[in-house]
Design a protein around this ligand. Sequence first.
Ligand code: B4P
Length: 190
Amino acid sequence: MLNIVLFGPPGAGKGTQSEKLIEKYKLVHLSTGDILRSEIAAGTELGMKAKKLMDAGMLVPDEVVIGMIDSKLDTNKNAIGFIFDGFPRTIKQAEALDKLLGEKGTSITMMLALEAEKEELIKRLLNRGKDSGRADDQDTHIIEKRIEEYNNKTTPLKDYYAKQNKLKVIKGVGGIENIFQKLCEAIDNN
Ligand code: B4P
């Protein structure tokens, strides 16, 4: 199986590049952000709890997102691989993912880490906020909180995957097509 963790700060291009990668490599796209937003849209209890945290730019509890991924892995038993977009975001989530995949006889192939400067991230997210209706994209302070959460809780994952020799860092600035080509090269040369 080809199992990719697409990694990066909020606005780095994870969602954007996932769309292109799933089309080319026929992988199943698992975005915890998208799953949480669909729970919010459906008005579930989980969604309502998550909304408060997401609107404040904070991470949702590990148990919640781990449970969501567990059930999605079960409903996609015949997949040839997965793109994990926005998951894992903490060491606890990464350890849980390794365990879940191990139980299914597979593992993470690589982490592709997109990098971009804070100013660029804020600009992109505020721009998306004009149309997306996402509360977390419309306020500079909330965006800064999301970046702070990323710096504190999520960046240690780079070391986690580097120690397993699975980390590939890609510059996430420039044309979307150009970044996509760099991601494809990293996958094809693996
Ligand atoms: P996510 O939905 O994962 O979203 P994101 O990090 O904000 O954005 P992404 O990186 O996918 O956006 P993209 O650059 O593609 O998370 C939202 C919230 O959900 C989190 O804050 C958290 O509360 C919660 N959550 C999700 N997963 C969780 C987990 N595992 N644990 C705990 N909590 C979790 O797009 C941004 C914009 O940039 C777009 O408008 C795009 O068009 C533009 N763009 C992309 N590439 C560009 C480029 N090269 N040049 C110019 N613009 C570009």
